[in-house]
Design a protein around this ligand. Structure first.
Ligand SMILES: [Fe+2]
Ligand SMILES: [Fe+2]
Length: 134
């Protein structure tokens, strides 16, 4: 997908309050409508749980622009600042899900939700995540 289209989509996504909560609920809803089981639906609901509450539009746009630069992205994802936590939200979200008692399958799906899908489950979450963007 063309990068400026993604930036524009990100701008639309972040408009208004509670964008991440809306997106999480929508992702879970799409999975449920597509016949996913309860664990997969839970992964949809929790996949972005570690996105910091302080996330601003520029963090999100930086995330899009850094996608083709994995080495720099990894470097910026270290530490405890908002950008680092935003860029690292998949790994941190998996830890948070485990802390909340989510099954291992759910945590693993969350950890990999920004990686290239390798299984049918990962593909289902990946597709629902994309479909739940405005
Ligand atoms: Fe995410
Ligand atoms: Fe997402």
């Amino acid at each position: 997908m063309e990068v400026w289209h993604r930036v524009e989509q990100t701008r639309r996504y972040a408009r208004g309050r509670g964008a991440d909560e809306r997106h999480a609920a929508r992702t879970a809803e799409i999975l449920r409508a597509r016949g996913a089981d309860a664990e997969l639906v839970l992964a949809g609901l929790l996949h972005d749980v570690a996105k910091p509450a302080e996330t601003r539009l520029w963090h999100r746009v930086a995330g899009v622009l850094l996608e083709p630069l994995p080495v720099l992205r990894r470097r910026l994802a270290g530490g405890d600042g908002v950008l680092a936590r935003y860029l690292d939200h998949a790994r941190r979200g998996a830890e948070e899900a485990r802390r909340r008692g989510a099954p291992d399958r759910v945590a693993r799906l969350i950890a990999r939700h920004h990686d290239r899908p390798r299984t049918a489950d990962e593909r289902a979450l990946h597709d629902a995540d994309r479909a739940a963007l405005p």
